[in-house]
Design a protein around this ligand. Structure first.
Ligand SMILES: *[C@@H]1O[C@H](CO)[C@@H](O)[C@H](O)[C@H]1NC(C)=O
Ligand SMILES: *[C@@H]1O[C@H](CO)[C@@H](O)[C@H](O)[C@H]1NC(C)=O
Ligand SMILES: *[C@@H]1O[C@H](CO)[C@@H](O)[C@H](O)[C@H]1NC(C)=O
Ligand SMILES: *[C@@H]1O[C@H](CO)[C@@H](O)[C@H](O)[C@H]1NC(C)=O
Ligand SMILES: *[C@@H]1O[C@H](CO)[C@@H](O)[C@H](O)[C@H]1NC(C)=O
Ligand SMILES: *[C@@H]1O[C@H](CO)[C@@H](O)[C@H](O)[C@H]1NC(C)=O
Ligand SMILES: *[C@@H]1O[C@H](CO)[C@@H](O)[C@H](O)[C@H]1NC(C)=O
Length: 213
């Protein structure tokens, strides 16, 4: 008789325990979904180097060392905002990335849910081998530039901000004899090292599960 009673108690305990684990698991899952963040997408929508425009023979353009640049920053999250620290842009010419030809800083700003921002910039390039670049676009098929972007972002979830996360991305831009980027579509800036934005959420989820079991 007493054995039977103990057994029933044990069953009750197991089922309570199971319910607790399942509920907590779901709670952790929802928490993870609510706190999950993704870094903004950065892309180059326009890139124009007037001096490399072969058909423009005006003296003014032949001495213009500017690069015209249109950057798009896209916060794809529907419920979270993004705060950008100062964004530094670095430009390189050719495969040599030890010598920047231009720098630019976009002041930090806040970007709301699902918002896109466009930054149209003009930067002055220095130390670029203009003649060789001009030859490249005229006789080679193109000249290759490299653009690096680096900043730190904080995500805003309801009322509070997360800690800062590094956002470091880059891309090559091929320029033809019109001085324009060859690629008609936007060029997405990508991270050099593989990373996973869901890492924090996943580890939180597994810690909670492990703690429960
Ligand atoms: C290149 O220069 C020509 C002549 O000035 C001009 O008509 C053309 O619009 C320029 N190309 C671009 C992409 O601005
Ligand atoms: C070079 O040309 C572009 C476009 O025509 C212009 O926006 C820029 O100010 C010029 N740069 C200089 C230094 O004049
Ligand atoms: C951001 O850039 C501005 C100038 O554009 C500078 O005055 C400010 O100190 C920078 N802030 C940080 C945190 O580097
Ligand atoms: C320019 O052309 C030369 C020869 O084709 C090539 O070696 C070099 O990498 C090119 N430079 C750029 C920046 O595209
Ligand atoms: C890149 O440019 C720097 C500075 O001009 C030079 O010292 C270095 O040798 C260059 N590297 C390559 C791979 O061309
Ligand atoms: C870009 O910034 C770096 C570091 O601040 C500096 O060493 C370099 O001279 C700058 N280059 C140009 C072209 O302004
Ligand atoms: C250079 O590329 C731009 C954008 O793809 C294109 O509109 C233009 O016709 C190209 N110019 C030449 C000379 O191929």
């Amino acid at each position: 008789m007493s054995g039977n009673g103990e057994g029933r108690c044990w069953d009750l305990c197991v089922s309570k325990c199971c319910r607790f684990i399942i509920t907590s698991g779901f709670a952790a899952l929802f928490l993870w979904l609510a706190l999950r963040t993704s870094k903004p997408t950065c892309s180059i929508q326009d890139f124009y180097v007037p001096i490399l425009n072969k058909t423009d023979h005006s003296a003014i353009t032949r001495n213009n060392h500017s690069i015209l640049f249109d950057l798009k920053l896209d916060n794809e999250m529907k419920e979270k905002g993004v705060h950008y620290d100062n964004i530094s842009l670095t430009f390189f010419y050719g495969p040599n990335t030890s010598l920047p030809i231009a720098n630019y800083t976009v002041p930090g700003f806040y970007q709301g849910h699902g918002k896109k921002a466009r930054k149209k910039l003009v930067v002055e390039a220095h130390g670029l081998p203009w003649e060789s670049a001009f030859n490249n676009v005229s006789y080679g098929p193109m000249s290759i530039f490299r653009v690096g972007l680096s900043t730190k972002v904080r995500f805003r979830i309801v009322f509070w901000y997360t800690k800062r996360h590094n956002l470091v991305v880059e891309a090559n831009v091929e320029v033809n004899e019109s001085g324009k980027k060859v690629n008609k579509k936007g060029i997405k800036l990508k991270s050099g090292s593989p990373e996973c934005g869901c890492y924090l959420g996943l580890s939180l989820f597994s810690i909670v599960l492990v703690a429960l079991l």
